[in-house]
Design a binder for this molecule. Sequence first.
Ligand SMILES: Nc1nc2c(ncn2[C@@H]2O[C@H](COP(=O)(O)OP(=O)(O)O[C@H]3O[C@H](CO)[C@@H](O)[C@H](O)[C@@H]3O)[C@@H](O)[C@H]2O)c(=O)[nH]1
Length: 422
Amino acid sequence: MLKAVILIGGPQKGTRFRPLSFEVPKPLFPVAGVPMLQHHIEACVKVPNLKEILLIGFYQPNEELNRFLFNAQQEFKMSIRYLQEFAALGTGGGIYHFRDQILSGSPEAFFVLNADVCSAFPLTEMLNFQKEHGEPSSFVILGTTANRKQSMNYGCIVENEQTNEVLHYVEKPSTFVSDIINCGIYLFNPEIFQHIGAVFQKNQQDMLLEEPTNGWQRAEAIRLEQDIFTALAGQGKLYVYKTLSFWSQIKSAGSAIYASRLYLNQYHTTHSERLAPNKEGGPKITGNVYIHPTANIDPTAVLGPNVSIGTGVTIGAGVRVRESIILHGANLQDQCCVLNSIVGWDSTIGKWARVEGTPSDPNPNDPFAKIDSETLFRDGKLTPSITILGCNVTIPSEVIILNSIVLPHKDLNRGFKNQIIL
Ligand SMILES: Nc1nc2c(ncn2[C@@H]2O[C@H](COP(=O)(O)OP(=O)(O)O[C@H]3O[C@H](CO)[C@@H](O)[C@H](O)[C@@H]3O)[C@@H](O)[C@H]2O)c(=O)[nH]1
């Protein structure tokens, strides 16, 4: 029997996702029409003999999360539970804290997935790879190739090219180590807890020797990457399965638009029913577009490529939307234009208004380029990025909003360019 754990972090995480993460926990933000986490769950339920999915994080249980869990259990007919850490215990501390829950029912192996990645999740391939490579109790990291410069933003893996054993692991190195990076998707077996447990014991002993502080939590805060992988590298225990399929991190709101594009494209093979067709009396669709069945769209609107339209959205005559996510309840009035933007829940864009951002796509000429999840400011200036309207924002008619972030509940009375509107 197999299980899967999804590390969903908590409210202090996902800061680059503000103001969108004010309204909904980042792992539930819709990407290609469904909550980010649902893509992980859909991949897990396809794995034969996978019996339970555990979400581990430090969010207070909340209505959205409960509703999501309830719906997902119903839809996928699988046990999907949320386990709340008492504090941020790190990527290794959380699974160690809940080891009894993970091991109940005696799974022979379990996946651990970072929630903030978008991937084709080649989980069955990882299982097969594990059977063919290394010793029976070895662990597998999913890896992909990045370019030299960007690789340093990730965990970097040096492998034995014949055996794929991980010989050396460095988390976010300051100089180049390897262009194979950690995708944040792992296959473990119960033995991993011995390794995490040894780090926990050592942390505890170290703390006894230190001056007393209120650092009692520190022994439990364990990072898989720095504390476990670095030590396991070169021990014949850790292997890397390199994937050629799509993969990206979802850190910033801009990367959610990019991730949407990747998932919409995958829908051709996995969920063709989620892709809007061009049909008589409907809007003109170019490329891949997701439209929730409750959205009300004027037939003269032109949508796509890479557009996701949420529940109850209204789109008026002559509206143009491209490379954007329109969240539920938004109202795009006649002839407005939305490009490279995220329009927040229940926002209204007036007639003939133009809401536009700058895409932060990876360099299309570099096959290994990843999306740069830029910080908001560079050299004291706001980095040009996608435009984000928080929830319940009103944009008046006939204005331009360019490369701006508008915080929730703002009623703007003019156009803005390169600004954060508080
Ligand atoms: N439950 C729980 N989850 C956590 C915690 N801290 C982080 N997470 C979750 O663990 C994942 C990793 O988060 P970060 O710690 O922010 O790491 P990162 O910068 O994303 O880097 C990791 O992922 C990269 C791939 O996306 C890797 O390349 C890198 O090596 C590392 O594993 C995210 O899904 C985050 O929500 C925690 O204390 N508790």
